[in-house]
Ligand binder design. Sequence first.
Ligand code: SF4
Length: 322
Amino acid sequence: MTENILEVKNLEVIYQSKKNIFGGLKTVHAVNDVTFSVKKGEILAIAGESGCGKSTLAKAIMKLIQTENGEIFLHGQDILKLTKKSDLKDFYKKVQMIFQNPYASLNPKMKICKILSEPLEINTNLGKKNIDKIVLEKIHSVGLSENALNLYPHEFSGGQRQRIAIARSLVLEPQIIIADEPVSALDVSIQAQIINLLKQLKDEYNLTILFISHDLGVIKYISDKIAIMYLGEIVEYGITEDIFNCPKHPYTKALLSSAPEISNETRKEKFQLIGELPSPENPPSGCKFHTRCPYAFDRCKIESPQNINISDNHICKCFLYN
Ligand code: SF4
């Protein structure tokens, strides 16, 4: 059985926001009691509308923001307890991130050669010859030629820049890549190329990828498993095929119904999401989805549903399955 490389348990991220113009602070649960695991070589997609907490979750796993409660294990080691500089350095070699905007994520003053070699110079004891060899291998692996190394980021298109960002994420040979909306800033014609590249690299390097996206068409194509997030919580989690063929949570069904590019059995049971995503600063009581759920009943307004095991590897948070 393949091991879990990443395990997130009961993770909570909260922040303080101003109550109103007269001051006072209120606590906002951006990520609330999130639990999931990812096996080596898997692509887990985190899906949901903007503002549901996907990117906050990614930043928490990258240790870029403070967490309130919970645990994050990488190969069994709780990374939230890492404080020593050497341990943190080791952690950032194992986990790398690809950002949404390839224009902002590359230093415009550095040539591509420097952008790719710098992480190796800082984090390893390798000599120039070995660093050059790795840089060359990685630029080729993302489909660019050696000539690219002598150019600056502004001399490339958006899709090429995202290829360079992917190459940079690979130079330290990480075990996990967190890709936060990696194609949403690109032209549709380029998106497929980058998605295929990620898939190919995943197989080539046996990578584990946390793929954050709101695009269900892309998620269906690339992921092995999906976690659907709503207002900071995972409301459904399972194997991609099961979620698309047999979604259980009303929110998942609504999301799939609203994606025109997806045709499956789900669309027989069509319904539209009512209203906007409520503000995370003022979430509804009980089940956070009850204000938009066509199946909501009295209990949903008062109590929060817990995880229900629908089958092996398929979990849903909804009273309809109690
Ligand atoms: Fe809808 Fe109630 Fe299920 Fe929440 S618990 S998704 S409100 S039926």
